[in-house]
Design a protein around this ligand. Structure first.
Ligand code: NAI
Length: 701
């Protein structure tokens, strides 16, 4: 009676139940049903004395099936499966390998004996998706490992090694040799006639002082500020301490369903599913094959070039790094060595791996060396004249079919492509600073980029461990174009009456890890200053412009690296401290501009910084610069610290109600004029027809 995904086989008096649902044996409905049937079959089979649950492939059940996330739960529900396992009259042994997470680990907890390979990891990461374990995890784990450890594991969602799991009692044995052989031996040991399976649910919850819950809540509110699921998880574990097992299970289920339907869970699901969604490019035929990339060259060994070279070396590519002069090349290589050395000192990279990576990077000053490479990523000065020179040169040297990518932040990739006789091979690969750290990669297409080039750069993103989003050409692409809106409003708020620390606090309160002014100080204010100078000619006469950034930079205050920027810094420290000198400068600026300073509340700060971005996001969508709302949101979630539990700017707008967003934008348009606040036509259309950016089913009721 095997199902396609769960097979049932007998080995003497042992029933072997094998889940085979690649790639991660997710708990799809058919797997749940198959497990339930298999347990029933083993119970009914008089020849069987014990059952083993194990998985084919590279891992034990790694969690729920993400494709079911946004659908109503379907029977059989997981609690029915775990209960059937626990209630079985014959012992059930579970054999774990890979990652036994979420529902997978709950199945293990409900089994009567847990055995794992030494490299297995286990955990209940549900809070990371805005929910809590819903199939007994919060009731069974405390019975095995005690309340304090269970609280820690479930509220943090962290996974632990098999060794640690054994130490705390979450598993019973680490298999010495072959897992299945060890599991069969364990099952035979347990299957002695008359032996009663050890049911986790019947074990007492070890007592613990009641203050531990208060302490856990305090820690969760501090470390996982804004997140509701950790607090709910604590409540569910507390139920294990105060209620009977059955009542505890009921309470857990209630809390689970409540979290599952919450706005935060929907937002976190969007962030999680969106990362996978953006890899599928609409309109790109599935049979387009990527070009083979073995040899890579990076042009420019400055801030970006050195980081980009590291990205490729980290992924095992061989990289040439090309500069115009020896000094710049040596400086770039020194930066690379220093960065790797820092990782070694932190213990996150072994000295051998450092050497291996450094060996992948070969510095050169010679153009001819680029003749054989498969991909060039250009990261030279942001100047169209320089880019022209470089691309003409590349065109003359690179082999046919080589991909020529530019890391430009603002220049027109289509125009750069026209500097060559092979515009089909030219594409943007916009990395974020620091390139070896930031996960986002905006790949920029032009009308002429060949489909196989697009497929190649999207796949490369994955190989580099990045989240690649494909976008179209425009000023600033998706991320920086929206950021420009927020930056402008943040400056306007200063001249109207706010201070940097107030704007930053309001946005941190919203959920960003840092406010825009603290971020500016960290990155260096000269980046924005240089950019303002380069783009001064684009400014329209008579249109409001705030030059506070220029004034701050003119004082030599370039941010943390000069000890002062929008904030002041104590020597060697990174904590931004409000600075009276900046307040004075801002107040004087308002006076000189004839702007009467007023009290500005946090709501206005958040609305002006975010709704201006949402409005721009709608324009980006309408222009096709981003194919879908999720592309916009994934850019902001992974490149700019947008809080994942809000799902991204457009997801957040949907949750807030587009009618409200539009009405607010219209109101600001009346107050501040149409230059920056003209509502996006797409936003107006959506509101008029009662629609949202995302299909409605993704939103909580
Ligand atoms: P940078 O000034 O730190 O480095 C540029 C390097 O290119 C210099 O070392 C220079 O010697 C070298 N160079 C100039 N002409 C060259 C040539 N013909 N051949 C080889 N090397 C040459 O600049 P950064 O910040 O690394 O920016 C590079 C590019 O990356 C720009 O297009 C910029 O807009 C873009 N970008 C910068 C980001 C940032 O945060 N700094 C973020 C994302 C993109």
């Amino acid at each position: 009676m095997s199902s396609a995904l769960v097979s049932y086989r007998r080995d003497g008096e042992i029933a072997l139940v094998t889940v085979d649902n690649p790639p991660v044996n997710a708990l799809a409905r058919e797997v749940r049903a198959g497990l339930l049937n298999a347990i029933r079959q083993a119970e009914a089979d008089t020849e069987v004395h014990a059952t083993i649950i194990l998985c084919a492939g590279r891992t034990f059940i790694a969690g729920a099936d993400v494709s079911e996330f946004d659908q109503p739960p379907q029977e059989p529900h997981l609690p029915a499966v775990t209960q059937a396992i626990e209630n079985a009259l014959k012992p059930v042994v579970v054999a774990l390998h890979g990652t036994a997470l979420g529902g997978g680990f709950e199945i293990a907890l409900a089994s009567h004996y847990r055995i794992a390979t030494a490299t297995t990891k286990v955990g209940l990461p549900e809070v990371k998706l805005g929910v809590i374990p819903g199939a007994g995890g919060t009731q069974r784990l405390p019975r095995l490992v005690g309340l304090p450890t269970a609280l820690q594991m479930i509220s943090s969602g962290e996974t632990i090694t098999a060794e640690r799991a054994l130490e705390i009692g979450a598993i019973d044995e680490i298999a010495e040799g072959d897992l299945k052989t060890a599991a069969i031996a364990a099952a035979r040991r347990l299957a002695t006639p008359g032996a009663v399976p050890r049911r986790t649910g019947t074990l007492p919850v070890p007592s613990a002082p009641p203050e531990i819950f208060q302490e856990a809540r305090r820690q969760a509110s501090e470390k996982q500020r804004h997140l509701q699921a950790p607090l709910t998880a604590i409540e569910a574990v507390a139920a294990a301490a105060s209620l009977s097992f059955d009542d505890g299970l009921r309470r857990e289920r209630e809390l689970f369903l409540e979290r599952r339907a919450s706005a935060q869970a929907a937002a976190l699901r969007n962030a999680f599913l969106g990362e996978r969604e953006v890899a599928k490019v609409p309109g790109l035929a599935a049979d387009v094959r990527a070009r083979e990339i073995l040899q890579v060259a990076v042009l420019g060994a400055g801030t970006m070039g050195s980081g980009i070279a590291m990205c490729f070396a980290n992924a095992g590519f061989s990289v040439l790094i090309k500069e115009v002069e020896a000094l710049a090349l040596e400086r770039g290589m020194a930066t690379i060595r220093k960065n790797y050395q820092a990782s070694v000192s932190r213990g996150t990279l072994s000295p051998q791996d450092m050497l291996r990576r450094l060996e992948c990077i070969r510095p050169t000053l010679d153009w001819q060396e680029l003749a054989d490479v498969d991909l060039v990523v250009e990261a030279v000065f942001e100047d169209l004249g320089v880019k022209r020179q470089v691309f003409e040169q590349l065109d003359a040297i690179a082999k046919p079919g080589a991909i020529l990518a530019t890391n430009t932040s603002y220049l027109d990739v289509a125009q750069i492509a026209e500097f060559t006789r092979r515009p089909q091979d030219v594409v943007g690969m916009h990395f974020f600073s620091p390139a070896n750290v930031m996960r986002l990669l905006e790949n920029v297409r032009t009308d002429r980029t060949a489909p196989d080039v697009l497929v190649t750069v999207m796949q490369l993103g994955k190989k580099l461990g990045k989240i690649a989003v494909l976008v179209g050409g425009c000023d600033g692409f998706v991320g920086n174009r929206m950021l420009a809106q927020r930056t402008r409003e943040a400056w306007f708020l200063l001249e109207e009456g706010a201070l940097p620390q107030q704007v930053d606090a309001a946005l941190v309160d919203f959920g960003f890890p840092m406010g825009p002014f603290a971020v500016g100080d960290l990155a260096g204010l000269d980046i924005g200053w240089r950019n303002r100078k380069a783009r001064a000619h684009l400014r329209k006469p008579g249109v409001r412009d705030c030059d506070l950034l220029d004034q701050v930079c003119q004082l030599g205050r370039l941010g943390q690296k000069t000890g002062a920027g929008w904030y002041r810094y104590e020597s060697g420290k990174r904590t931004p401290l409000p600075d009276a000198a900046i307040e004075e400068l801002i107040v004087e600026h308002s006076r000189a501009r004839g702007i009467e300073r007023r009290t500005i509340d946090d709501q206005e700060i958040v609305e002006r910084c975010l709704f201006s971005m949402i409005n721009e996001g709608a324009k980006i969508l309408a222009e096709g610069v981003a194919a879908r709302p999720v592309d916009v949101d994934i850019v902001w979630l992974n490149g700019y610290g947008f809080p994942p539990w809000r799902g991204g700017p457009l997801f957040y707008a949907d949750q807030l109600g587009l009618g409200r967003v539009l009405a607010t934008i219209e109101n600001y348009c009346e107050r501040f004029g149409p230059d920056f606040w003209t509502p996006a036509p797409l936003l107006q259309e959506l509101v008029a027809s009662g629609r949202t950016f995302y299909p409605r089913r993704l939103l909580p009721e």
